[in-house]
Design a protein around this ligand. Structure first.
Ligand code: ADP
Ligand code: MG
Ligand code: MG
Length: 515
């Protein structure tokens, strides 16, 4: 049934039409900030270091068809997912037991846990946490007439592309709304007739989450009182900066909150904790305004999610400094750890006890647990004599699976036939650092045309991944102050490519047409 949707989509473009559409899109992306810093491989190092250039983010020429029922289902469970991960984060005992298992095989997880333990020993001074989450899904079609929605993963740190995703929706909407025969318009196709992508409120939602945290922080804890602001902690040379600027601009222009950007290597130079003050406010001194320090209410991490963000002990000290301060963290170390693939496996493992019941009480809403469970694809650990180990070591069954380490940001997984070989190449004692997940099987005939950041145009079979954004602000006692769903991200990758990270260069930004 779904196959027929794709058989004539997207409509064919003549060479002239394609060239015209591509050049129109290139100009549009620059005009509207649907941009990234250029890859260092195709401009001179000099131009990169001067920071004077930007190019289009990788985008599809056409929006991709997406089943309406699946889109609505994904939106409908987002607030429940927000709450689930807030509750897991607050359940230090349960989370700790799962994380403990990873500590002797994963230095990165161990490092994060150590930061938590150090702050825990001293005592946390901030009771609030804020999450900017993104739950990622694919449409699963194998063996069934109707498409179902399956979660790929849940992100609790640096959930990106809210900013650029809104721009892609705007680009495709503008192309769709151009009058027929107009030079900007697409060739006719029944799927495009009168349709536009659904509203995308990612920027508003994500910014409102940070603004809610800023508000909840209350007055300055310093004496004398200091002006308050939000700190974005970012990676050096971030190519995806314009995505982040969409959020900070919204925060300053609409919410009237000062926002500062700080690279991880400068945290210890530019911030300090007023140690004499038992509240431990985090003080930030901007380089451009000597003598005018700000007190940071909320720290938003767009860094510190990967081992490469911790090059030296100094970076770990910087993370510890943020964690022990009074600033509200997005996310805290515990909330970051709650997003480990291991947690998702434990929740989705058909052979594990039903942990959902622990975190999602049925009393509140009949069938809520069931709605979440329906989005799970089977996941397993690799414990001796367990089902996961059996599936992973047999090449025939491994071919239907993906092996995931406790990492974020794309490019870390091992796929299909490569799994048994990979496992045999590492010590068996390290296997518990990985989880095995059944592959989701999206429609096989979907195709699209992609304009890459280096100007290349590629077309072919694609696989789409839909992300739904949500934000939540909560107290460690479980009280929820703000819980919202809003905004989405469609990423499209070449079918033959296993990975889907846009920043890692494997895929492109897209929008959706519901059918
Ligand atoms: P990361 O946190 O690094 O983004 P993911 O779990 O999202 O890790 O995996 C990266 C990519 O691998 C996804 O974007 C998707 O393309 C692919 N992938 C992961 N899990 C599955 C799955 N169960 N079925 C199909 N593809 C998957
Ligand atoms: Mg992730
Ligand atoms: Mg992912």
């Amino acid at each position: 049934m779904t196959e027929s949707i794709y058989s004539t989509y997207p409509p064919k473009l003549s060479e002239t039409q394609e060239q015209f559409l591509v050049s129109t899109i290139k100009d549009w992306t620059i005009q509207h900030g649907l941009t990234v810093r250029p890859p260092a491989t195709f401009v001179s190092q000099d131009a990169v270091s001067k920071g004077v250039l930007a190019t289009n983010a990788p985008v599809t020429l056409f929006p991709s068809p997406f089943p309406k029922a699946c889109f609505e289902e994904a939106r409908a469970v987002q607030k429940v997912y927000n709450e689930l991960y807030a509750r897991i984060t607050s359940d230090e005992k349960w989370l700790g037991e799962v994380i403990e298992e990873l500590i002797d095989v994963d230095d990165f997880v161990a490092g994060l846990w150590k930061v938590h333990q150090a702050v825990s020993k001293e005592g946390y001074v901030q009771d609030l946490s804020v999450g900017l989450f993104r739950s990622d899904y694919m449409v699963h079609t194998l063996g069934s007439e109707t498409a179902s929605l399956k979660q790929v993963e849940f992100n609790t740190i640096s959930s990106s592309f809210g900013g650029l995703s809104c721009r892609v929706a705007a680009l495709h909407t503008e192309l769709l709304q151009s009058p027929p025969g107009h030079s900007l318009s697409y060739p006719g196709h029944p799927l495009l007739d009168g349709r536009v992508p659904p509203e995308n409120t990612a920027v508003e939602t994500l910014s409102a989450g940070l603004a809610a945290a800023h508000e909840a922080y209350g007055p300055s804890k310093s004496s004398p009182a200091l002006p308050l602001g939000i700190l974005f902690v970012v990676q050096e040379g971030e190519r995806n900066i314009f995505d982040q600027l969409a959020l900070s601009t919204r925060l300053t222009q609409f919410h009237k909150i000062p926002v500062f950007r700080l690279v991880t290597s400068e945290i210890l130079d530019r911030t300090s904790i007023a140690e004499a003050n038992p509240s431990r406010p985090l003080i930030y001194t901007p380089p451009h305004a000597q003598g005018t320090p700000f007190e940071i209410t909320t720290v938003y991490l767009r860094s510190f999610y990967a081992p490469t963000d911790y090059k030296t002990d100094r970076d770990w000290s910087a993370r510890l400094q943020l964690e022990r301060s009074a600033a509200i963290k997005c996310p805290t170390v515990l909330n970051q750890l709650s997003g480990c693939k291991k947690i998702q496996q434990v929740l989705a493992d058909p052979n594990k006890p039903d942990y959902l019941a622990r975190f999602v009480p049925t009393a509140e809403s009949e069938g809520t647990q069931e709605k979440l469970r329906k989005t799970f694809a089977p996941q397993y650990d690799l414990s001796p004599s367990g089902r996961g180990r059996e599936l992973a070591l047999n090449p025939e069954t491994a071919a239907r699976h993906v092996l995931k380490p406790q990492r974020e940001g794309g490019g870390n997984n091992v796929y299909k036939e490569a799994i048994p070989e990979f496992l045999k190449s590492i010590p068996e004692s390290d296997w518990k650092g990985y989880v095995l997940m059944e592959l989701i099987q999206p429609p096989s005939e979907a195709s699209n045309v992609v304009l890459r950041s280096d100007g290349e145009v590629v077309s072919g079979n694609v696989v789409g991944e839909l992300g739904i954004f949500g934000t939540i602000l909560w107290k460690s006692n479980g009280e929820i102050l703000h819980n919202e769903e809003g905004g989405w991200l469609m990423r499209t990758k070449g079918k033959e490519s296993n990975e889907g990270g846009v920043a890692a260069g494997f895929s492109s930004l897209d929008s959706i047409i519901l059918y």
